[in-house]
Design a protein around this ligand. Structure first.
Ligand code: BGC
Length: 358
């Protein structure tokens, strides 16, 4: 294994963290020159794992500031759920922020619960890294707001992690909420969110599987590579679970290209539906967890072959497209595929570290 690649990924992330602590999704791709809770949280988790705790701490401080800045908005949504009132799209906590934590303008898929939930999970991990079990007032308030928001909204539709489907209840999104609420339960004891956490698991097991495997959402019965999140890292079920094993098999059959790259879901057309670096790493992490280290190492090798001469990893590659006709259309619309994408580097770091000799 070549540790130069590990360092390249760490450098890309450090070079793209702003002074306030946020990690930009991608500095060279206009649509992604913003700050997402989802991308940032995975990035902070990777930085913690790589020993860059200071960078991760700065990110968490930035998120806490962002959540507190949105306190009124969060409380208004909770109030509306409790009083059965309709919430307008722009009233939800946004998914895309500016460097200072204010909401990015422009119409975007506002309402995405997984970003906040992944943040909760990674904040819990961060406290674990620091051996910290007491919160300061602002951390406690941010956690209260985040858990109350997720508890109020988990069973109503929101956009999925790919910011495309807004109608369904998404299995991956529920997995992140399950994991997030569980992870911080010792930091913020509370019966309501623990009860929610149990309900979510029951909901997933009863409503989000068909023909012996998990489905993408309450409205889509196909697979999505993000279903890997049910096991790594959110541990809704153990990897030995038969439904998960069957889901993994279908993901391999339908989404994995022979070279090691993983597609998001069948019929993906975004930039022609290429192979996503972060998902290929995710699959490697699952293989490592189930003891298939050779397969995990193959994933890592494929990812490290995708580094550009500048030391960047893109969001996806265009070698094996699911639908060639859409590739040029997207290039015309938004330019070349985003590169570097910090989330890709984060997942690369996590897989690389997992495979280091013990
Ligand atoms: C992806 C999101 C991601 C965002 C920024 C979108 O295309 O679907 O998952 O958060 O880009 O990287």
């Amino acid at each position: 294994m070549n540790s130069a690649f590990l360092q390249k990924s760490i450098d890309v992330i450090l070079n793209n963290q702003n002074d306030q602590g946020g990690y930009i999704a991608s500095p060279n791709f206009e649509q992604y020159t913003y700050y997402w809770l989802r991308d940032g949280a995975y990035t902070a988790y990777a930085m913690d794992s790589a020993g860059h705790t200071v960078s991760a701490s700065k990110f968490h401080t930035w998120v806490i500031h962002t959540i507190l800045h949105n306190e009124k908005k969060i409380l208004n949504c909770i109030y509306k759920v409790e009083h059965h009132k309709t919430i307008q799209p722009a009233e939800y906590l946004h998914c895309r922020f500016n460097a200072d934590g204010s909401e990015a303008h422009g119409d975007w898929a506002y309402h995405q619960l997984d970003g906040l939930a992944v943040w909760l999970w990674t904040f819990g991990e961060h406290c674990f890294h620091l051996n910290k079990d007491k919160l300061c007032a602002s951390e406690e308030r941010a956690l209260q707001l985040a858990t109350a928001y997720l508890t109020a909204l988990w069973n109503s539709p929101c956009y999925d992690s790919w910011e495309e489907d807004k109608e369904g209840i998404h299995t991956y999104t529920l997995a992140t909420i399950y994991g997030g609420l569980e992870k911080i339960s010792h930091l913020l004891p509370g019966e309501e969110h623990l009860a929610t956490h149990k309900q979510i698991k029951t909901y997933i097991l009863h409503n989000l599987q068909q023909n012996g495997r998990f489905v993408k959402s309450s409205l889509r019965d196909g697979v999505d590579a993000n279903l890997l999140g049910l096991v790594v890292p959110f541990q809704v079920i153990p990897h030995t679970n038969e439904i998960f094993q069957q889901t993994l098999k279908v993901i391999e059959e339908e989404l994995l290209s022979p070279t090691g790259g993983l597609h998001r879901y069948p019929h993906d057309i975004y930039y022609g539906g290429g192979e996503w670096i972060l998902l290929s790493a995710w699959l490697g992490l699952v293989y490592a967890q189930i003891g298939q280290r050779d397969k995990a190492a193959y994933q890592l090798q494929w990812i490290e072959n995708q580094f550009s001469a500048k030391g960047y990893l893109p969001e996806q590659t265009s070698h094996h497209l699911l639908d060639e006709s859409h590739y040029q259309l997207w290039c015309k619309k938004w330019g070349q595929i985003a590169s570097p994408l910090l989330w890709s580097h984060a997942m690369h770091i996590l897989l690389h570290l997992t495979l280091l000799p013990e």
